[in-house]
Design a protein around this ligand. Sequence first.
Ligand SMILES: Cc1cc2nc3c(=O)[nH]c(=O)nc-3n(C[C@H](O)[C@H](O)[C@H](O)COP(=O)(O)O)c2cc1C
Ligand code: SF4
Length: 552
Amino acid sequence: MIFYIPQDTTALALGSEAVARALQTAGIEPIRNGSRGLFWLEPLLEVATDQGRIAFGPVSAKDIPSIIDALESDPTSHDLYQGEVADIPYLKSQQRLTYARAGLGDPVCLDNYQSLNGFEGLKKALQMTGQQIVDQVKDSGLRGRGGAAFPAGIKWQTVHDAGKSTAADKEPCQKYIVCNADEGDSGTFADRLVMESDPYQLIEGMIIAGLAVGATQGYIYLRSEYPVAHKLLNIAIDRAIEANFLGENIQGSGKTFHLEVRLGAGAYICGEETSLLESLEGKRGMVRAKPPLPAIEGLFGMPTVVNNVLTLAAISSILEQGAANYQNFGMGRSRGTLAIQLAGNIKRGGLIELAFGVTLREVVEDYGQGTYSGRPIRAIQVGGPLGAFMPESQWDTPMDYEAFAAIKAMIGHGGIVVFDDTVDMAAQARFAMEFCVVESCGKCTPCRIGSVRGVEVIDRIVANENRDNNLILLHELCDTMEFGSLCAMGGMTPYPVRSALAHFPQDFLLRDSLLQDAAGASLQDSLLQDSLLQDAAGSSSRDAAGAAQGEN
Ligand SMILES: Cc1cc2nc3c(=O)[nH]c(=O)nc-3n(C[C@H](O)[C@H](O)[C@H](O)COP(=O)(O)O)c2cc1C
Ligand code: SF4
């Protein structure tokens, strides 16, 4: 029998190290795999037996002796027995492309990766021209997974074509592939799961990106809060160099690609691509005005592909299985699969990879099984701290970039944070502004000053100070931030604020219950009227995806 116990951040946080030690004490040396993303079952102990690969979870060290006993007699009799891993409904019903290998074995074992079709996409890419690779990515319909959903193939084409004017006798210009692994959005962990469960997939995607656009150097900009990913990535890079998948003359092809990891310093804004490039260059993370786009003048002023971890991780399967296969998943212009991260007050949190088109309700009710507290769900924030709060009337919206944009919400990086009916939505709106105060890079006034004023105005509304005028002021302030900010940080902070006002107006009522009894009805009327006015005005606002896409 072979035992597997994960070594990724989530499993470690839930006690997997103690479980590994308990196994060692019992004379068993487990393979340290990565999580499959079923976080509600972590630490998930898997055992490869003659009857298949079975699972027990969530396990703690004290469960190990009884599990070993059960394995010798009847594993199904154990309380923590979950059946065959692949048959656990949460996992079985998923459509895994990017996470197909996650959890299967030691994430940094190169032989394991290759035995599971690893580097097959790269081998195909090495037989192709850069333009042919770019065409494959275009045909797949892959859109950036970092939040803005910009078509990856178009970005790659721009970098591929950049520097073409260089005279024939000159060296081709230096180009870069930069992987955005800053993953700062609330409730997100999909990038981390790739890097901790299947790091070679990201490395393979970056090498292919380099071949496609003619870049010989790549950097993974990793948030410093991910020490386990940092360690595993560096081990994987060293082994890929040893096996000649990285470095000079890759697999005898004459092609070169070098890759290094750089740690961020903990600023949310360093996830924004131009800020990230400034930080990579050793400067303070401040947003750059666009144009020029990073694809034309990026890292050190050279043409640069900046892509999210998931965008780059999807590349190997696109090359290996073909663009048409990827196109077969999804709906509308949202092709392929989405890494949905279920977090917050939820019973079964974890990673769910599904084709675009599944509804939010299916995700939170079927997979998530409702709230952890057992109370009714009241609001769901999708897309990180800049995403809208969605009331129940919107939960049947399919997860599709355009469908979400049409209701002024956004999918972003696919993070879903669930709140039960005890949530105070006025406090959440205030928090959105406060978050912007703390994380603003400070370059433009609407964001730097507007967010500070936003906190103050919400405080005055909640305290019923000159309420009607302050409501008008809050909407004007949101307009100023939305249309006047240099990047989506200030530009989208109004989304959570306005959605809270529009869908949960009662939470902005007076806190003083006596005053509330006297004034509540008229205030509620006023807020409801106000949200209707906002809905009516909504059609003239730029939509969420459009705003985010403006970044690229
Ligand atoms: C405030 C802010 C924070 C962002 N944070 C991230 C992040 O953590 N990770 C990420 O991939 N993209 C983030 N983005 C989006 C990036 O600017 C950029 O669009 C993305 O890295 C491009 O890669 P993609 O096309 O593969 O999505 C952020 C954007 C903004 C405005
Ligand atoms: S919107 Fe905020 S984060 Fe973006 S450039 Fe302006 S000040 Fe910086």
